[in-house]
Write a protein that binds this ligand. Structure first.
Ligand code: NAP
Length: 703
């Protein structure tokens, strides 16, 4: 293997082969094989920036290194420790953004485009850095859902757990988001504990390589948790098997080829795809010119046509508008484009829309538009001729070598034309289509065959409800825009890490992001059966029916006096019985103002199908329970921050008694604080040992 000792040279402004980072070292093809390397050019000037080749790279060894070294390194960290690394990495990359913007500008990206890609990617790291610590246990196994009792005596129970897959996550990315595309997949894989192998698209892989260089320099990720393959690797899936996962983003054509690979079809290799998408924006009949919804619609369409020069999988390709609004929409979009777009080299002052990523890309988009024109589309704005642009030195004119294209708006006399619903022109291109009524709008949107996202602009709740009912199942995300959220919305084109990104059908059927959901996609769900004691031991979470340690009896210590270090799951305390009187219930009703008839009116309470007569307030019982289990002396328990899963199961009447049993169920030390969370299983029972209420008490406890 040939290795280079340094990170990608592009950060140092020299023309080199973009290196891969495999098996812990930077790698470029052996001398002599550079001739086959693909040249990559500056999108605005055509100047050769770098060459890309993975010829001679030992993919099998890289995968094996991930499965062994990468798995081992990540396996030493809990979810919280991994989440913390993501946060530290986000901070580190944040401080180096200017370097990345400079590299990204070479791909035709304006500063705002670069921010969408780079800051957007760093934002995903921040989100998972925080969600991982808030929503996952400080452990390596996720226990999912409630316990199912599978035997009469409770000695055999079952539940679901998630553990990380044992292989690598191979992430094949599209050219348009070299950084966001990489980080939005790396973050959930890393949090799950699965090593990543990034395979960026050749045309902009140098941007991803620059960021990977910085990540490696940060020294924050365990060895083997991230590898980079720069250059085309048609044999990549040959070396993967059922232990691994491929998360693909790119064209539907490539997805089809990869999905048919024998290791996917026969070998059980996990494969998900995010592919192209003919996203729609629908203007409601109420949103006529002059309304805030009309303005939001025009603004969304223009933003999506021009941001990243329209090279966004989420861009609006079809603006679906009421027949009588077509003219107003076309002229408003045209006017805004005229006003907003300054086309040129993104490094020049005042430029608002940059070049496409490559001349090949430009050729493809022009050809796609030509096919649409041939099929009946009409140019309502823009041209296919080479546009006049601002060059880096500030001059204007038509340039050679740059991949510039004017924004193009098409109108269609026939909204049924097949091509407008099937051709994705992956550039600054959008079509305006007329609809007759709401069912017609739904039908046209659905003709995209499954899309990533649709925006609906309306302030009429009935219109929004009808459109949503029709289009939701055809889309991965729906944005409802009206005057209330138009300004605060994150926009049509921006997936957010908290919510699912992906769509059915043509969009690939994949599902990325969506918070912890996407972490679980990197883990195997396993049904686990056994005794409560065994499940308690293997999951680290106390299960009802497992042994308890009543620490007052065995250690002479109330569990509230045990610090996080000494507290063990199963440590418990049980109170004596306390009798409830009618006076207690009446006093509670009077002091709280909760004089609901079931607590105050014997005849009305008796008529209620659930109560024997006047019953105690559930909240009275909870308050009493706290009084029964609490240890009043100052100690390591700092605060009670809530209750979870509260259920009242058996009413308590005057004359009944209650007792509480409190058991340490889940202990979650925090990585960065001197305390952690303890969830206590609380069970209230009556004098007949019937269960009155169950819930979890959430406390903060000092380490
Ligand atoms: P592409 O040509 O399909 O390439 C996508 C990736 O697949 C590239 O990294 C490419 O590497 C790789 N690849 C191609 N053949 C391969 C093989 N046999 N084995 C392994 N990897 C292989 O797509 P693109 O032109 O980069 O991206 C544009 C498309 O992506 C558009 O259709 C857009 O809608 C879609 N997209 C979708 C999303 C989404 O989230 N749904 C996001 C962004 C883009 P090389 O470049 O080295 O060939």
């Amino acid at each position: 293997m040939t290795t280079t000792a340094t990170a990608p040279g592009l950060l140092r402004d020299t023309v080199e082969t973009v290196p891969s980072f495999v098996q812990g070292s930077w790698w470029t093809p052996p001398a002599g094989s550079h001739d086959s390397a693909v040249p990559v050019r500056d999108a605005s000037t055509g100047e050769i920036l770098a060459r890309v080749s993975a010829e001679g790279l030992d993919l099998g060894a890289a995968i094996e290194y991930g499965r062994t070294t990468g798995q081992a390194g990540l396996g030493q960290l809990t979810f919280h420790q991994r989440a913390l690394r993501l946060k530290e990495l986000a901070n580190y990359l944040n401080a180096r953004r200017e370097e990345f913007y400079a590299v990204s500008a070479r791909s035709g990206a304006t500063r705002i485009d670069s921010m969408i890609d780079i800051d957007g990617g760093i934002g995903v790291l921040f989100t998972f850095g925080s969600k991982g610590r808030r929503e996952l246990p400080n452990a390596q196994v996720v226990v999912d859902g409630p316990v199912e009792v599978l035997s009469r005596d409770g000695s055999f129970v079952g539940e679901h757990i998630y553990t990380r897959i044992p292989g690598v996550a191979v992430q094949i990315n599209a050219f348009n988001f070299p950084v966001w595309g990489m980080l939005e997949k790396l973050a959930p894989a890393f949090l799950a504990g699965v090593p990543t192998i990034v395979k960026p698209a050749t045309p902009t892989g140098y941007v991803a390589a620059a960021v990977v260089g910085a990540i490696i320099e940060s020294n924050l990720l365990p060895e083997g948790s991230l590898q980079l393959v720069s250059g085309s690797v048609p044999g990549l899936l040959d070396v993967l098997d059922y232990r691994d996962l491929v998360a693909f983003t790119g064209s539907a054509a490539t997805a089809r080829t990869l999905k048919a690979h024998p290791n996917v079809v026969h070998g059980g290799l996990r494969f998900t795809a995010e592919t192209d998408s003919l996203n729609a924006a629908i203007l409601g009949p109420d949103a006529v010119a002059g309304t805030p919804e009309f303005d939001a619609f025009i603004q969304s369409v223009v933003t999506e046509m021009t941001a990243k020069a329209g090279q966004k999988c989420t861009a609006i390709r079809r603006a679906i508008v009421p027949r009588e609004q077509v003219h107003a929409v076309v002229s408003a979009i045209g006017a805004r484009l005229e006003q907003r777009v300054v086309l040129g080299d993104p490094r020049a002052q005042g430029v608002t829309m940059g070049a496409l990523a490559s001349v090949d890309q430009l050729t493809d988009v022009r050809a796609a538009v030509q096919s649409m024109l041939d099929a009946g589309g009409e140019l309502a704005y823009g041209t296919l001729d080479p546009p006049s642009v601002t060059s880096m030195d500030g001059g204007t004119g038509v340039t050679d070598g740059g991949a510039f294209m004017s924004p193009v708006l098409l109108s269609w006399a026939d909204a049924e034309a097949e091509q407008v619903h099937s051709i994705e022109a992956f550039g600054p291109v959008c079509s305006v289509l007329a609809y007759r009524d709401i069912p017609d709008a739904v039908r046209l949107a659905a003709r995209g065959g499954g899309s990533l996202v649709a925006t609906v602009c309306t302030n009429d709740a009935a219109v929004a409800t009808a459109l949503l009912a029709g289009i939701a199942a055809h889309h991965g995300r729906v944005l409802l825009l009206n005057r209330e959220d138009a300004r605060s919305s994150t926009g049509h084109g921006s997936p957010v890490p908290h919510l699912v990104h992906g769509g059915p059908g043509r969009a690939g059927g994949g599902e990325e992001l969506g918070g912890i959901r996407s972490v679980l996609h990197h883990m195997q769900r396993t049904a686990l059966q056994g005794s409560p004691n065994m499940l308690t031991t293997v999951t680290g979470v106390w299960h009802a029916g497992a042994d308890r340690n009543f620490t007052l009896d065995t250690e002479g210590t109330h569990p509230f006096q045990k610090s996080l270090e000494t507290l063990r799951i199963g440590d418990a305390v049980q109170s004596g019985l306390r009798r409830v009187t009618l006076e207690d219930i009446t006093a509670f009703a009077q002091s709280t103002g909760d004089t609901f008839y079931a607590h105050t009116n014997q005849a009305a309470a008796e008529a209620n199908p659930f109560f024997p007569g006047i019953v105690a307030h559930g909240y009275l019982l909870l308050s009493w329970a706290a009084g029964l289990f609490v240890d009043p002396a100052p100690g390591p328990v700092l605060a009670n921050y809530g209750l979870e899963n509260l259920r009242f199961l058996t009413p308590v009447a005057a004359g009944d008694s209650i007792r509480v049993t409190l058991t340490a169920k889940r202990i979650t030390p925090r990585e960065t604080d001197e305390y952690g969370e303890v969830a206590w299983d609380a069970v209230l029972t009556n004098q007949k040992d019937e269960t009155v209420a169950t819930y979890d008490v959430l406390t903060l406890v000092q380490k």
